[in-house]
Design a protein around this ligand. Structure first.
Ligand SMILES: [Zn+2]
Length: 387
């Protein structure tokens, strides 16, 4: 298990001194922080809805997990007192849990719990767009910005009819009547929440609320939330590479960049101007599935290999839209983990048993198997997915 500290200022950038993820790979909860977590604040600090946090805890069979309200988790591998603490919080005794956690914090510091901060990749934004179309399209939408930071923008949207919502890569666009466009990029910490009316009272750093008579949506923590003109929307879209989730996407456009680049393929896959919508999980898993060393230069990825990778990516991301989560391992490996290498550093490769490696590339963590994805020799030049 990877240990990380929850003490840096980056991890405490949200109010209340709560830990927040520094990137999408790890997020530490330990001791009293578990107590605080179930006060209901970590899920929002985490930048994801509660349900995803639960899923991150319970689906990751290769990581320890713990009990959360309404979810039966795997047996915890961390000390019972911490587990007890989270139980107490479930029972509505968060202060007792926090006190126990604080008292035991030195004891439990060695068992820091690592869970995933699920940074939205393209499939998640696509789902948001679909849900916005279902609930808001063709309706007059009310908007405000309780936090005030987007007050001017919200007033431009308020009272307009949503013509359509659309995802392009990790960008979400709303087109309203009167040539008003709303652009949202969730970044690392952004999240949408929704529910049926009545709308809950505004709490916390609530950037944007959208609502109709029937539903409400809340947006927090987004990197970008702005009203744009059509040319500005076009400018953003033009600089994005092809999005595997869009039917008219052209993989050759991506290969025109990849095939003549000396940058590592792992960096190119994450470059949104090369390929739109791919994040750290799909990147790691795609490279594993095709037996490609993440440091192989783009120019050394042949056209047939890229064609196979693209087809695989399209299938994987569509599957992600359908499931609402990323599943990339295949039976029989899926019984052990839903991913092959992502966030499995230090653990045995599901296929060959070699220890999965991790390294930072452009401030994001890479994960790969040095044998299945050997630097030379083992790649299947036909490009067929090996696993
Ligand atoms: Zn392997």
């Amino acid at each position: 298990m990877t240990h990380i500290e929850a003490s840096s200022s980056r991890r405490r950038l949200l109010s209340g001194g709560l830990p927040v993820p520094a990137d999408d790979d790890k997020f530490a909860l330990g001791g009293c922080q578990i107590g605080r977590a179930w006060l209901g604040r970590v899920p929002s600090a985490h930048g994801r809805p509660d349900v995803d946090l639960r899923r991150a805890c319970t689906d990751e069979t290769t990581q320890p997990s713990f009990s959360v309200p309404g979810v039966t988790a795997h047996p915890p591998r961390f000390p019972a007192p911490t587990f007890l603490g989270s139980r107490l919080v479930c029972l509505g005794l968060p202060r007792v849990a926090a006190a126990i956690g604080a008292a035991l914090s030195s004891f439990v510091s060695h068992c820091t719990l690592t869970i995933g901060a699920l940074v939205p990749e393209g499939h998640t934004i696509y789902r948001h767009a679909r849900e916005h179309n279902r609930s808001l399209r063709g309706r007059v939408v009310r908007a405000d910005s309780p936090q005030g930071r987007f007050a001017a923008g919200a007033s431009l949207v308020d009272g307009r009819t949503l013509l359509r919502a659309e995802a392009v890569g990790k960008h979400l666009f709303h087109q309203y009547d009167g040539q008003v466009w709303l652009h949202v990029h969730l970044g690392l910490y952004g999240e949408w929440r929704t529910g049926a009316q009545p709308m809950p009272p505004a709490r916390g750093a609530l950037r944007l609320r959208l609502w109709t008579d029937a539903v409400w949506w809340e947006l927090r923590g987004a990197t970008a939330c702005e009203v744009l003109t059509r040319p500005e929307v076009t400018a953003i879209r033009t600089r994005l590479g092809p999005d595997p989730l869009r039917r008219n996407a052209d993989p050759d456009r991506a290969y025109a960049r990849i095939g003549r680049s000396r940058a590592p393929i792992a960096a190119l896959l994450m470059d949104q101007s090369v390929l739109a919508g791919v994040g750290n999980v799909y990147r790691a898993e795609l490279l594993f599935r095709h037996g490609i060393d993440p440091y192989r230069q783009g120019q050394d990825v042949s056209a047939p290999v890229w064609a196979a990778m693209w087809d695989d990516l399209v299938a994987l991301m569509r599957d992600g839209v359908r499931r609402g989560q990323i599943v990339t391992s295949r039976p029989p490996y899926r019984r052990r983990s839903r991913v092959f290498v992502y966030r499995r550093a230090g653990e045995p490769c599901l296929v060959c048993g070699t220890t999965v490696r991790t390294q930072t590339l452009l401030a994001r963590n890479l994960f790969w198997c040095p044998v299945c994805q050997a630097a030379t020799g083992s790649a299947d030049e036909s490009g067929n997915a090996a696993w």
